[in-house]
Design a protein around this ligand. Structure first.
Ligand SMILES: Cc1cc2nc3c(=O)[nH]c(=O)nc-3n(C[C@H](O)[C@H](O)[C@H](O)COP(=O)(O)OP(=O)(O)OC[C@H]3O[C@@H](n4cnc5c(N)ncnc54)[C@H](O)[C@@H]3O)c2cc1C
Length: 470
């Protein structure tokens, strides 16, 4: 039952936490607090400014882009008064593993009959996929995964005509979404489309198609979003994706409390009344506040590190897997950098773990003098992780092979990326177990695991939580 006087604690000031506060505030809640352990909001939307020859601009170390299907992010940008209308254009080219430019989707360039036939097949399978997703898999494109393992759908709609309305229904075929994406494609005779999905999926750090349930792939890259990616009709933000959350945070009645890490959560025993005690640490000083409700937007597999997690929470959250995505901003000697972003498809397979898969050139007018971000994955289920140092070294060599020897690395990082569960746990109803736990001990789970590890799905997950439980 909604009680607008409830005192609510939101853990984490990333897209999920900031949007949760925004949706609560829009609903009339005025008594919420966001704790953020870092000195900034935005989480993995982090857009530092870098000066090149005295010209300072935003660059991206985390989230970069959105699309027309970014309904929840759009609500956050409108709330903050930010627009995606003047962001830099996305542009790309393709290279093979030796760094040579290739033209996989242009039949006239490097013409061969095999390539032409492959492209025709791809086109017809793409059409087929769009059709079956609308018919056989009707209901696949709402946010979140609750019910899917039972052949049901229930969540906010992502479709353009009824975006962000709660929809639900039954469709037994949806159980197929638990299959690894490569098996799902084989089952439906659309294997060729993986060539398209690979770029915005695997190279963006979301994992390989033999390990990731199709539910994640198709909910993030629903056919509308995928087509926007193909046609490069993408949203970017002039001051970076972080500016969305910085601006929204400023409009909140209670902006996030920065440099404040939640270090302990003590909840009244299940079924009993009482306050939730949240202990935070700011500059080595700890203090405890009492709340009525808790919204957790930080990684659930780390929840037990600071909270009094129940056995069922520990057990369920221990199944979460996350990707190890490495990136750095590369600088180059004068006129020696790329002039356009590049995809290296050959490196988007588990056998090439630790290799650069994509690099992002942000500012077209800076030509070969634009610092560029280079990305690689170093884990795959069933393979040994590529060691971190090896990964950095390999990414450097790959850039050199492309003709862009890196001068310096800025903001080098490995992120906790794209939490998800295995095809088996997905089929076993992991999401329905999580749904059954929502609200127990006045605790609500949000963030990336709920739907997908991107800005839109995390903000939509916050909307879904606030609409249904507050
Ligand atoms: C390299 C990269 C590229 C990406 N590209 C895109 C893209 O192009 N488009 C897109 O939509 N998405 C992209 N993403 C994904 C997107 O950034 C994330 O999915 C999104 O930021 C997740 O939001 P969140 O709030 O759930 O988690 P996070 O962004 O991880 O935020 C969680 C916050 O919680 C804080 N926190 C953690 N523990 C505590 C604690 N104990 N107490 C207090 N605070 C705590 C953290 O400091 C952090 O600020 C990208 C991410 C990366 C790293």
């Amino acid at each position: 039952m909604a009680n607008l006087q409830d005192k609510i604690c939101i853990i984490g000031g990333g897209p999920a936490g900031i949007s949760a506060a925004m949706y609560l505030q829009k609903k009339g809640y005025e008594n919420y607090t966001i704790y953020e352990k870092l000195n900034k909001v935005g989480g993995k939307s982090y857009s530092p400014r870098i000066a090149v020859n005295g010209d300072e601009r935003s660059y991206e170390t985390g989230a970069i882009m959105g699309a027309v299907t970014y309904h929840a992010v759009h609500e956050v940008e409108e709330f903050g008064g930010v627009t995606h209308a003047d962001g830099p254009n996305m542009r790309r080219m393709y290279r093979d593993s030796s760094g040579k430019e290739i033209f996989p989707f242009e039949p006239k360039k490097d013409f061969s009959i095999g390539k032409l036939i492959g492209l025709l097949k791809l086109k017809s399978q793409m059409k087929k996929l769009v059709k079956i997703m609308e018919t056989k898999y009707k209901g696949y494109d709402c946010y979140g995964h609750r019910g899917v393992a039972q052949g049901k759908y229930s969540g906010l709609s992502k479709q353009l005509d009824n975006a962000l309305e709660l929809i639900e229904g039954e469709n037994p075929n949806l159980k197929d979404l638990a299959l690894p994406f490569d098996e799902f494609c084989k089952l439906n005779g659309v294997e060729e489309v993986m060539r398209i999905w690979l770029g915005p999926y695997t190279s963006f750090g979301y994992g390989y198609f033999d390990e990731i349930p199709a539910g994640y792939v198709m909910k993030y890259l629903d056919t509308t979003t995928a087509i926007e990616f193909i046609n490069m009709r993408l949203w970017t933000w002039k001051e970076g994706t972080q500016s969305i959350y910085v601006a929204a945070n400023k409009k909140l009645l209670h902006p996030a409390v920065l440099n404040t890490e939640v270090v302990k959560v003590e909840r009244p025993a299940e079924g009993t009344e009482g306050k939730i005690k949240v202990t935070v640490r700011t500059e080595d000083v700890e203090h405890t506040e009492e709340f009525d409700k808790l919204i957790v937007t930080t990684p659930l597999d780390y929840f037990a590190n600071y909270a009094d997690a129940r056995e069922e929470e520990k057990e369920l959250f221990s199944k979460i897997i996350h990707e190890k995505y490495v990136d750095f901003i590369a600088t180059f000697d004068k006129d020696q950098g790329p002039t356009i972003s590049g995809y290296i498809f050959d490196n988007m397979v588990p056998e090439r773990l630790g290799h650069a898969m994509v690099y992002y050139h942000r500012w077209e007018d800076l030509e070969a003098n634009c610092p560029s971000v280079v990305y690689a994955l170093r884990n795959h289920q069933g393979s040994e992780d590529a060691p971190y140092d090896y990964t950095i070294d390999t990414m450097m060599k790959d850039m050199k092979a492309c003709g862009f020897p890196v001068k310096e690395r800025l903001y080098e990082q490995e992120t906790y990326y794209c939490p998800h569960v295995s095809p088996k746990d997905y089929a076993d109803g992991w999401y329905d177990k999580l749904e059954a736990m929502q609200g127990k001990q006045n605790t609500y789970y949000g963030g990336e695991i709920i739907s997908f590890g991107d800005m839109e799905d995390t903000c939509a997950a916050s909307k879904d939580l606030v609409m249904r439980f507050f």
